[in-house]
Design a protein around this ligand. Structure first.
Ligand code: RIB
Length: 294
């Protein structure tokens, strides 16, 4: 079984600020860093850090060589990554003194995916292989349809949530990994149990992983519901915490570990990630996660 992550690669321009800038306000930043990120790239790094072989498909533009080098360092297979003309995807991230962030996204190369490119990548994958998707690239509905035709297991993290998600045939998704806000937007339910119930009614064949920030997470599959509390740590930067959770969660599912253990490991991994600055660079190794005693 192969794991393919078809997702974004962003250069993150991360500014440390006292507070997230308000409408009409101008503030000075306390520092700036250029980090490698993108929900797709971060999730591939997390999978690799969790010990999985992962193929990353996605496009970069100017400056994108950094991603190839980083993939080599992390052990991510770049066979399906391509470079296109123009700018790479990038973000402007503000991280405040409590480690909370706000992100402005510029799609760049991430929005230049063609159907032809999708076909070329997916033609190498088949029944039982896993595809992981987020919502930072174009052609998402087409990728889902084509992956489904090939009987791949489709994992969707519908983040960042916007109207493009509604253009996808979500009934084809095997596993949803979403946070409470995304769950509310998808179902109109207002609390965690309501979201899980509504998701299950709408997608009875899917497994649902609902993350709740400081309230932990809840997994639902058929009649089985398993929850995990969050670990209390001092956050420096929450960027990529969700991506870290996603990568370690999928790695645990692939290994068919007991779901309680999978949730505990993924939660520990994201608790470690928030204690470091940056996106991909904040993702811990499996050894670090195993050593972590919250
Ligand atoms: O989930 C964190 C990521 O979201 C950042 O790395 C940034 O690139 C945005 O896509």
């Amino acid at each position: 079984m192969k794991i393919l992550n078809f997702g974004s690669l962003n250069l993150d321009y991360t500014y440390s600020v006292d507070h997230i800038v308000k409408e009409g306000e101008t503030i000075s930043s306390l520092g700036v860093q250029t980090n490698l990120g993108g929900k797709g790239f971060n999730q591939s790094v997390a999978l690799a850090r969790a010990g999985k072989e992962v193929f990353h498909a996605g496009l970069v533009g100017e400056g994108g060589q950094l991603f190839f080098e980083a993939c080599n360092k992390y052990g991510i297979n770049t066979k399906y990554m391509n470079t296109v003309l123009g700018r790479s995807g990038h973000t402007i991230i503000q991280v405040d003194k409590n480690g909370q962030n706000s992100i402005v996204l510029y799609g760049g190369a991430n929005q230049k995916i063609t159907k032809d490119y999708v076909n070329k990548v997916l033609n190498d994958f088949s029944k039982g292989d896993i595809i992981i998707l987020q919502n930072e690239i174009n052609e998402l509905p087409y990728i889902i349809d084509e992956a489904f035709k090939r009987e791949m297991t489709i994992v969707l993290n519908p983040s960042p949530m916007d109207e493009k998600i509604n253009a996808c045939n979500l009934k084809k998704v095997s596993i949803f990994i979403l946070n409470e806000t995304e769950g509310q937007q998808l179902t109109l339910a207002t609390d965690a149990n309501g979201i899980l119930d509504a998701m299950q009614r709408r997608f009875p064949a899917s497994r649902i992983m609902l993350t709740l920030g400081k309230d932990g997470c809840i997994f639902r599959s058929g009649r089985k519901t398993v929850s995990q509390k969050a670990f209390s740590v001092d956050a420096v930067d929450t960027t990529a915490a969700g991506d870290t959770f996603t990568g370690f969660f999928i790695a645990g599912l692939v290994d068919e570990l007991p779901i309680k253990d999978v949730l505990c490991t993924a939660t520990k991994a994201s608790a470690l990630a928030v204690q470091k600055e940056g996106a991909a660079q904040s993702i811990p190794t499996m050894e670090e996660v195993e050593r972590f005693r919250p």
